[in-house]
Design a protein around this ligand. Structure first.
Ligand code: NDP
Ligand code: OXD
Length: 316
């Protein structure tokens, strides 16, 4: 009846410590010190090495340390057991803060002010009002809906695009591939909060960036902005750079990348209107994921429904 903490990052011991602190002493193991594999009933996983989950004969539940599960579904040998993904108030709040911060940062032209500061240049730049800026959220799930509400509260005009239509107060909703372009042409600041699935991989390319609103935006915002806090596989980095170079994009904030860590050779590191953050828009707290894992295990053991079950056919 043991839980295996299975991660290729350095946080495994921290997660295990937090689970043990909840009273699961002696029942927690950390990969690769898994002990007898037949004892393992639950896995708390983040980017596990492919094939390892398939070696656990009595596995009954996989708990994803993150909200995204692409790191699990990429394993061709993933066993057929339920997967629950992490949904947590603090995680959502961190993401909401990240999105709001970066929308404000670019619409208030902070990259240009930072550049001016380096040159001791004192010059006022025109800035749009929040209500003159249309923020388009790709993804209206837990993260997207919370960000939509926060952006509305900050005065921005908000629209969202998802697989299905959504009703969110004061947010214009678009759904599916047939409404993608209508959504993009209505968007000045594009925020990606989608999961990485076969349908969304590489979706945000030059064509998508070119379709963003260029006419009718406030003349105080020099061009469209792209913010990606979903997954790096959603976008094409070469296209972002080309769009910046061609003036089709004004600025970008990227938390996630095609390859992580972002290689030192990437020009994104040095672009004056790109903000790079190291996949930390919403970091999982060890205490929160431990509590969440314990609750899911209790639910499974007592035959209650699991929360936030992943639908493998949808991929999220
Ligand atoms: P949810 O599963 O709650 O929401 C996913 C949203 O994406 C839904 O609105 C869904 O549409 C939409 N979607 C999925 N596939 C498509 C598609 N093919 N076309 C259009 N829309 C689609 O996820 P969360 O909001 O909890 O998280 C979103 C993502 O954010 C995670 O998958 C993860 O990759 C990323 N993330 C990144 C973090 C970071 O630190 N950078 C931290 C946490 C999450 P519908 O509503 O119709 O189902
Ligand atoms: C997540 C992440 O999916 O941190 O939660 O990327």
């Amino acid at each position: 009846m043991a839980l295996l903490v299975l991660t290729t990052t350095e946080r495994g011991a921290e997660f295990a410590g937090a689970v043990r602190a909840l009273g699961m002493e002696g029942k927690v193991r950390v990969w690769p010190d898994a002990g007898a594999l037949a004892d393992i009933r639950y896995a708390l996983a983040w980017r596990p090495p492919p094939g390892v989950l398939a070696r656990l004969p009595n596995l009954r539940l996989v708990i994803s340390v993150g909200a995204g599960v692409d790191h699990l579904l990429a394993d061709p040998d993933l066993p057929d057991v339920p997967i629950v993904r992490f949904v947590d108030r603090d995680l959502t709040q961190r993401m909401t803060a990240y999105v709001t911060l970066h929308v404000l940062l670019h619409t208030r032209r902070m990259c240009e002010f930072a550049e001016q500061q380096r040159k001791t240049c004192w010059r006022v730049l025109p800035e749009p009002l929040a209500r003159e800026v249309r923020v388009g959220l790709m993804g209206l799930g837990v993260m997207g809906q919370a960000a939509a509400r926060a952006l509305r509260a900050s005065g921005f005009a908000v629209r969202g695009w998802a697989r299905s239509a959504h009703r969110i107060e004061d947010v214009r909703s678009y759904a599916g591939p047939s409404e993608l372009d209508a959504f993009l042409t209505e968007t000045d600041v594009l925020v990606a909060l989608l999961p990485l699935t076969p349908e969304t991989a590489g979706l945000i390319d030059r064509r998508v960036l070119r379709t963003l609103s260029r006419a009718g935006r406030s003349d105080r915002l020099p061009g469209p902005v792209f913010i990606n806090a979903g997954r790096g596989g959603l976008h094409v980095e070469a296209d972002i750079l080309d769009a910046l170079e061609a003036g089709e994009l004004y600025a970008a904030s990227l938390d996630v990348f095609e390859t992580e860590p972002l290689p030192a050779t990437s020009p994104l590191w040095r672009h004056p209107r790109v903000i790079v953050t190291p996949h930390c828009a919403a970091e999982t707290s060890a205490r929160a994921i431990a509590r969440y894992a314990a609750a899911q295990i209790r639910a499974l053991e007592s035959g209650e429904p699991l929360e936030n079950l992943v639908d493998r056919t949808r991929g999220y």
